[in-house]
Ligand binder design. Structure first.
Ligand code: C5P
Ligand code: MG
Length: 191
């Protein structure tokens, strides 16, 4: 199995880069944000509850997100591996992911951190908000709160994975294809 995390703040390009990587390496894409939005669209209890957090730019409780990831992985247990996009977001989520993967006899092989300066992130999110219909991309206040959540709860994971020797930072500014090549270069090193 090949399991990788695309790490980075909102707007870093995790979703965009995942699209090409899943085809190139035959992996399953797990975007917890997409899963939560699908639940909301389907009007499930989980989706309605999650939206209270999403609308404010806050993080959905760990057990909810971890449960969703566990279900997804079990449903796709024959997959060659997973790309985790937007997950884990907290240390307890990272620990839960390690445990989940060990049930598959697998581990996180590499964490690719997309590095983008804040001004560029805000610009990208507001631009995406014009077409995505995502309310959390349209309000500067919500965007600011998402960054705050990232700084306080998610950024410590950089240290968590650096200690495990799996974190690699990649320049996330510039051409999409160029960034894709940099990511593949790093992935190919651990294959
Ligand atoms: O990952 P994405 O940017 O699509 O997430 C959008 C929102 O979904 C986040 O701002 C947060 O409210 C929620 N979310 C979460 N926990 C995750 C992934 C997403 O709370 N692991
Ligand atoms: Mg995304």
């Amino acid at each position: 199995m090949l399991n990788l995390i695309l790490f980075g703040p909102p707007g870093a390009g995790k979703g965009t880069q995942s699209e090409q990587l899943i085809d190139a390496y035959n992996l399953k894409h797990i975007s917890t944000g997409d899963l939560l939005r699908a639940e909301r669209k389907a009007g499930t209890e989980l989706g309605i509850k999650a939206n209270e957090y999403i609308a404010k730019g806050e993080l959905v409780p760990d057990e909810v997100v971890v449960g969703m990831v566990r279900n997804f992985m079990k449903e796709h247990s024959s997959s060659k591996g997973f790309i985790f996009d937007g997950f884990p977001r907290t240390t307890p989520q990272a620990e839960a992911l390690d445990n989940l993967l060990s049930e598959f006899g697998a581990k996180i092989d590499i964490v690719l951190g997309l590095e983008v300066i804040v001004d560029e992130l805000v610009k990208r999110l507001l631009l995406r908000g014009e077409t995505s219909g995502r309310a959390d991309d349209q309000s500067e206040e919500t965007i600011r709160n998402r960054f705050k959540e990232y700084q306080t709860k998610t950024l410590p994971l950089m240290d968590y994975y650096t200690k495990k020797n799996s974190y690699v930072g990649v320049n996330g500014m510039g051409e999409i294809d160029h960034i894709q090549s940099s990511l593949r270069e790093e992935i190919n090193k651990v294959l």
